[in-house]
Design a protein around this ligand. Structure first.
Ligand code: PLP
Length: 454
């Protein structure tokens, strides 16, 4: 219908891409995706690319999965959307029930929104309003404690609890006040500690803040398992359960942001299961629809819901036009059905092991400083000097060069600065997984060889 030349030109001329320096984008060959099949993305020229990042941690069972596609088509024949303000819908009711069934214990109510960031905005507002309505004395509990290098989205509330300097620093004048705890980033510990001997000092620092300021803190928010956009930083074992205990001890809510790590990405349905922890509020999005449609959910414990129950003035005054969109809910129901029908989590375990074995080879590469894996979430941190952990100069744009090289080998990857992320679909085959690893390794070798003296 339209020529490749036209589409390439329009993409550059009219479309302002997210998180993209358009000057660089406009100077490079663009990649316009037209179709998806299983683990592959297919561009307008018919080239096939193996997707090694699941469209930024969204796609779960592959592109164009028959069960999910058919569920969306069937829903489309009935209705695409109707409001959920003061009325319900069939797929939203079914999905809310199913989410409560699979969620960590104690979470009993589901509030829908549209994106990861909105699920976090909802969580923050619920947490504050909860304290206000629970007891008039708690109105001072309006701050949040969050982690340095944490990332919770790009709306102002979620930015306020974020800690990635390069994403967030410009917006400081708009960010609400709160407390930041040191990131548990063992490869570059901000406290100068060693993982083997530190006794989780970073978690003890959290206690230091809570002991002083708990009376003004509504909740602690963090990503369990893996701090993703902050650089694929794997949270050390024991940290989450320690933080859960602290939240109970100091009477603050625990909000877990499983927007990126939820829906099997870490090897279990939710990352917090791995430490037997259940939050007070859980944020979900991305994989919730298998990567099909924008949808988010914020789940809360019954005690929180009860604080909003009663007089009109107590209701949660928040909503989005597309809250509980029927097409998205239909996709999300089908996504959960595929987990069951295909026993996805069981099938995933040998692939996680294969990935772990394959990553061993990266550790020997001259410029690979650290390899971090939590299930199907991987970060390979490239450094100029392995012994000192000195990074490459940012202007070298190493990560960007590596992913362009990987694309030439037919695999889509993404960088977070010089951390190369690998996040395959849970449905990836062993052969495809091997292909992703081979392309990533070749790309890293090609770009870093002889670059130690930059
Ligand atoms: C942990 C986490 N929370 C929230 C978000 C924001 O999600 P969205 O981009 O859908 O707003 C992201 C996005 O990467 C994320 O990784």
């Amino acid at each position: 219908m339209y020529s490749k030349a036209e589409l390439d030109a329009w993409d550059k001329e009219y479309f302002w891409h997210p998180f993209t320096q358009m000057k660089v984008y406009e100077a490079e060959d663009n990649l316009l995706i037209e179709r998806g099949e299983g683990s592959y993305l297919i561009d307008i020229a018919g080239n096939r690319y193996l997707d090694g990042v699941s469209s930024i941690w969204l796609t779960v069972h592959g592109y164009n999965h028959a069960h999910i596609s058919n569920a969306v088509k069937a829903q489309l024949d009935k209705i695409a959307h109707s409001t959920t303000l003061g009325q319900g819908s069939v797929p939203a009711a079914v999905l809310a029930k199913k989410l409560v069934e699979v969620a960590p214990p104690g979470l009993s109510k589901v509030f829908f929104s549209d994106d990861g960031a909105t699920s976090v905005e909802v969580a923050l507002k619920i947490a504050y309003q909860y304290w206000c309505q629970k007891d008039a004395d708690n109105r001072d509990k309006y701050k949040f404690i969050s982690l340095q290098e944490g990332y919770h989205g790009d709306t102002i509330g979620s930015v306020s609890v974020g800690g990635v300097e390069s994403f967030h620093s410009l917006f400081k004048p708009y960010m609400f006040p709160g407390y930041k705890a040191p990131v548990p980033y063992c490869y570059r510990c901000p406290l100068g500690e060693d993982r083997e001997t530190c006794g989780l000092r970073c978690a003890r620092e959290v206690e230091g803040i809570l002991a002083l300021y708990h009376h003004e803190i509504a909740a602690l928010i963090m990503e369990p398992g893996m701090i993703c956009a902050g650089g694929m930083i794997d949270v050390p074992a024991g940290y989450l359960s320690y933080v859960r205990q602290l939240c109970d001890k100091y009477d603050i809510l625990l909000i877990l942001d499983e927007v990126a790590v939820g829906f099997g990405r870490t090897g279990t349905m939710f990352a917090c299961e791995q430490e037997g922890v259940a939050p007070d509020i859980l944020c979900l999005s991305k994989g919730i629809t298998g990567g099909y449609m924008p949808l988010a959910a914020t789940l809360v414990r019954e005690k929180i819901y009860q604080a909003f129950w009663g007089e009109e003035s107590k209701k949660f005054t928040h909503g989005h036009s597309y809250t509980g969109n029927q097409l998205a809910c239909a996709a999300a129901i089908a996504n959960l059905e595929v987990f069951e029908q295909e026993d996805v989590l069981a099938a995933l375990q040998p692939k996680i092991d294969l990935l772990r074995q394959g990553l061993e080879e990266f550790k020997a590469l001259e410029h690979v400083g650290d390899v971090r894996q939590r299930g199907f979430l991987v970060g390979i941190e490239l450094v100029k000097d392995k012994s000192t952990r000195e990074p490459f100069p940012p202007e070298f744009q190493l990560g960007h060069k590596v992913i362009l090289a990987a694309r030439r080998h037919g695999v889509i990857l993404r960088p977070i600065l010089d951390v190369i992320e690998i996040v395959p679909h849970l449905s990836v085959s062993e052969t495809e997984l091997q292909k992703i690893l081979t392309a990533a390794k070749r790309a890293i070798e090609e770009i870093t060889q002889g670059q130690g003296s930059i």
